[in-house]
Design a binder for this molecule. Structure first.
Ligand SMILES: Nc1ncnc2c1ncn2[C@@H]1O[C@H](COP(=O)(O)OP(=O)(O)OP(=O)(O)O)[C@@H](O)[C@H]1O
Length: 274
């Protein structure tokens, strides 16, 4: 098979360090399929997503990237008529086991969406603390500590520490997205899912979020859906390429972009389709 034409994207991926392969997987996905009504969106997906690494999901529009991401915290269940087959484990625990609470799964597996969505009537502080307060946490010292820690982890503390009582929506688009990241982190998840988190942001705000993703991987497992292959190459340790609801290839980001095993992957990463 011919190698893909070298491009700056591939060169960038080529200098990424090889990921640590000794880390046990966070998610173990086995023969996983998903239907919306009678329409199948995912077919027989199997992969292990490593803990404390960044895994990017790429592929052309409609290939099932967001559906797969949403299945990782059962968020697809908010759409009526969905059905799954197969298994999906987080650190060995079956996330779809009978009796397992979807709300508990979503606390462990937080999510940030394409468009930032702070609660419009809430202050910056309340936007961060809303999950804790809904869970009945009232201890002021604990709330204050979580507020500051979450905002620091989201690289927003210095910008907002003097205006915590202002509305969340008074922040810029990039700051609002980091506020949503802080909100997801405040409930101390194990995993952070990000669905096109930068697609509504300008290049400077995008660079900040990408830098933040690099910091978050020291503590969390991060899975990011992106249309932007440069972003996958810049930020991720591993990349999964989906096509027509199937996982075509999953490997280190370096290998996937510089030496893909599958001709469809090669065609996609070298820009020949999608
Ligand atoms: N709520 C839904 N109801 C019915 N079908 C859906 C729903 N959401 C997604 N689908 C279908 O499932 C398939 C996968 O969609 P999905 O949004 O996961 O793809 P994607 O790769 O994330 O696409 P994009 O890059 O355009 O966001 C598509 O055929 C889509 O039409």
């Amino acid at each position: 098979m011919a190698s893909p034409t070298p491009t700056p994207l591939l060169q960038r991926a080529a200098v990424l360090p090889p990921p640590d392969t000794a880390t046990p997987p966070a998610f173990e996905v086995k023969d996983f399929s998903l239907w919306y009504g009678s329409s199948q969106a995912l077919a027989d997906v199997s992969l292990g997503i490593p803990a404390r690494q960044v895994t990017a999901i790429i592929g052309p529009s409609g290939c099932g990237k967001s559906t797969f991401l949403r299945a990782l915290n059962r968020m697809h269940e908010v759409t009526p008529g969905t059905r799954i087959v197969g298994s999906l484990r987080l650190f060995g625990e079956d996330l779809y086991a009978r009796g397992r609470d979807a709300a508990d799964v979503r606390r462990r597996v937080g999510m940030v969406f394409q468009k930032s969505n702070p609660f419009p009537t809430m202050t910056i502080a309340d936007n961060v603390l809303v999950g804790l307060k809904l869970n009945g946490v009232r201890d002021r010292a604990l709330l204050q500590e979580r507020l500051e820690n979450s905002l620091r982890m989201a690289a927003l503390w210095d910008e907002v520490k003097d205006k915590l009582a202002r509305p969340g929506i008074s922040l810029s688009g990039g700051q609002q997205q980091r506020l949503c990241i802080a909100r997801a982190l405040a409930v101390e998840p194990e995993v952070l899912l990000m669905d096109e988190p930068c697609s509504a942001l300008d290049p400077i705000a995008t660079a900040k979020i990408e830098e933040l993703i690099q910091q978050l991987r020291e503590r969390f497992t991060v899975v990011i859906v992106t249309h932007n292959m440069q972003q996958a190459a810049r930020c991720s340790d591993r990349t999964a390429f989906f096509y027509l609801g199937r996982l075509v290839e999953f490997s280190t980001t370096r290998d996937l972009f510089t030496n893909p095993a599958n001709p469809q992957t090669e065609a996609y990463v070298s820009g020949r389709f999608g």
